[in-house]
Design a protein around this ligand. Sequence first.
Ligand code: PMP
Length: 279
Amino acid sequence: SIVFLNGVYVRAEDARISPFDRGFTFGEGVYEVCIAVNGKFVDAPAHLARLDRSLAACGIAPPPEKADLDSIMKELLGKNDVTTGLVYLQVTSGVSPRNFTIRPERRSTLLMLAQASDFEQASAFREGIHVQLQEDIRWLHRDIKTTMLMPQVMAKRDALANDVSDTLFYDEQGITEGASSNVFLVDAYGTLVTRSLSNRLLAGCTRERILDLARGAGFSIEERPIQRAELATAAECFVTSATYLVAPVLTIDGVSIANGQIGPITRTLQCLYCNYMNN
Ligand code: PMP
């Protein structure tokens, strides 16, 4: 495959990142995942705006290619013959001696890669997922999309070890978010409930789009923490992310939501989102 690294397109096997890159030694990096469907990016401006916010929050200088990121994304798809798939962007603070506080002298590192994947055909989207709950042990800047993903990797590995496909996190106020997604519940009255934005969770681009589509379709919406006890009695539950799209949640810690079926409101929102992506 062809990747974009610091201003040039290179074959992945020829790409070289320094052992002194602070993304490697300190995990000092931020990232984005944006998908394309039939060659068209889904909410790319929102993803690039969030990348800017993550960089600013971490004090990482924007890469010199900042103004051209959307055209590089398009070109990268073409060079990899991908029409439906994802583009991954990672920016680290660059190369410096192994020293916490020293400022890198050179440019921020920018890596972009493309991967084919058909999200609408994925079983998570078509059939739903089974999840477990875990206490959210991450730091308190979850609104920043950093590459420090150890807690998420551990939570997802633990899910697989427990024969489920993902983990939802909770804190003392309720559900925060999934390990790589935002969580929605449909209550008995058909109201959509999802946690309000704060430092406790990532402002998902898909979350925002779904809220917008749901509002447009006349659903009532409550942004507030979802209590763990509410989940068992929820009419429906689903998670959103760029790659999950809208994935129905069938069971939580072994307890079925809506008899383990995909609920009608979840299906409606899946349809609205697919129409949005494909048009
Ligand atoms: N929360 C976390 C922790 C995530 O990693 C993701 C996926 N990037 C999301 C939420 C969903 O964000 P988005 O809809 O922008 O993909």
